[in-house]
Design a protein around this ligand. Structure first.
Ligand SMILES: [Cu+2]
Length: 470
């Protein structure tokens, strides 16, 4: 996909500017540097892949195997894994059998604005008994996911989420391609989902953290493998609020993609903070010499409270060394080294205050989102094709994973210190009292959401709209 030339439309004026021999302003140069990083438009090959998805209450053996009353897509948690190939058009015929309205948002997918699933902004909410057809051709291959954008802190927590995998035109020859959805569950003494949502405790802190951590809905997930295999392992954090730092022990996987897009080069996993919404594609090589053994994968976000996530259980070997194909992580990722020399286009200050329907509200620049149906004017307007620097100032002591719809961005700095991540993101974790700077070039017109992906913070006001003109 990275070889596909981007359409030249908004860049035509940049070529003219370059030809004029005047020194090129840094922002103009950085907008030009995005060319070819990822496609500007979707190229549909005419194949339409149709899926029927319905949301309804269900009772499923989850967590440690006891029956849990959940809300589920197609009677499964995680929901169905939608898998298509780049160039194909995804058509999802959605039916809502929940007792309340909902929508589906396609997290990380650069969709046409009308397919973004934001109620009252891009579509009417899908009422109980109602239907909506989502149809789009993804521009990017990678690991994405879908979830409601209505009362998300409850609907996602009850089990509504699924993975969308868009495969490359020629998928790299991994021995297997596996998805791990990480989530946590807050269960009460009856072993059911604790039914109070958006509590003052959750709002004052880092959202709702559960007392059970699961991979693919179970506390005992095992990936059965053989020595000599090379596995593509796609991780998604579907939790409302919990952050994971997965540790694979001696296996030392390489990161090949973050938030769907390939890196410029594979990098060691190290400590990667997988915040709600983030995806991480790992290249995991199991040496042929591994004796039969169980390799635990552990979350060490908080060093003093590690959580067992899952086990990779090696049983025998393939009899061959692991496949030696080149890593797919060789994307063109602009360096944007002049990013910090251009003044921020907009600064957004994040804080909490008393007020609102939950008693506490979270704000961008002292404004709390009044709900999708009462949304005001966008807080920020950007021109299509222009390079933009946004600064987020966390005036609070809490964690905030900042997510933008419809756009990939690069992290430029933390607390004013330049960072050089060789990848794009759609979600970045801000720590207590931290300031971050991100760079981006919007390519898709429309009104898009920007919000904290700690869903309780979002529900209590930490959402806003930005508009891309063009
Ligand atoms: Cu937050």
């Amino acid at each position: 996909m990275n070889a596909r030339p981007a359409a030249a439309l908004p860049f035509a004026f940049l070529i003219a500017a370059t030809a004029a021999c005047k020194p090129e302003p840094p922002a103009t140069r950085m907008a030009r540097e995005l060319r070819g990083a990822y496609p500007e438009v979707a190229t549909a090959n005419g194949v339409v892949r149709t899926f029927d998805v319905e949301a309804r209450p269900a009772e499923l053996p989850l967590v440690d195997g006891a029956n849990l009353r959940v809300w589920a897509y197609n009677g499964r948690v995680p929901g169905p894994e939608l898998r298509i190939r780049i160039g194909e058009t995804l058509r999802v015929r959605f039916t809502n059998h929940l007792p309340e309205a909902t929508t589906i948002h396609w997290h990380g997918v650069r969709v046409p604005n009308a397919m973004d699933g934001v109620p009252h902004v891009t579509q009417p909410p899908v009422e109980p008994g109602g239907t909506f057809t989502y149809e789009f051709t993804p521009k990017d291959a990678g690991t994405f996911w879908f979830h409601p954008h209505v009362r998300s802190s409850e609907q996602v927590e009850r089990g509504l989420y699924g993975v969308l995998v868009v495969e490359d035109a020629a998928p790299p020859p991994y021995s297997r391609d596996v998805v791990w959805v990480l989530d946590d569950w807050l269960l009460d003494e009856t072993h059911q989902i604790f039914a109070q949502f958006n509590t003052p405790h959750d709002l004052m802190h880092d959202g709702r953290w559960g007392n059970f951590v699961t991979v693919n809905g179970r506390t005992s997930t095992v990936l059965a493998a053989r020595g000599g295999e090379r596995i593509r392992l796609r991780l998604l954090n579907a939790s409302n609020a919990r952050i994971y730092a997965p540790d694979f022990g001696a296996l030392d996987p390489r990161i090949i993609a973050v938030d769907g897009l390939y890196l410029a080069r594979p990098i060691p996993l190290g400590r990667f903070e997988l915040a709600p919404g983030n995806r991480l594609d790992l290249d995991v090589t199991l040496p042929a010499s591994l004796a039969s053994r169980s390799l635990p994968v552990v979350d060490r976000f908080y060093a003093d409270t590690p959580h067992h996530l899952a086990d990779i259980v090696v049983d025998g070997d393939t009899g061959r060394p692991p496949p030696t194909f080149a890593s797919p992580a060789h994307a063109r990722v602009p360096v944007w080294s002049a990013g910090l020399t251009v003044p921020p286009t907009k600064e957004l200050r994040i804080d909490a205050r008393r007020g609102g329907s939950y008693g506490i509200e979270w704000t961008f620049n002292d404004q709390a989102f009044a709900g999708h149906e009462h949304h005001g004017a966008p807080m920020l307007t950007m021109d299509r094709g222009g390079w933009v620097r946004l600064r987020f100032v966390n005036a609070s002591f809490r964690l905030h994973p900042i997510h933008l719809h419809g756009i990939f961005f690069r992290l430029l700095a933390r607390n004013g210190v330049a960072v050089d991540e060789p990848f794009f993101r759609d979600t970045v974790l801000m720590h207590s009292k931290e300031t971050i700077d991100i760079g981006l070039v919007p390519l898709d017109a429309g009104q898009w959401m920007m919000h904290c992906h700690i869903l309780e913070h979002a529900e209590a006001g930490m959402m806003t709209l930005f508009e891309v003109r063009g």
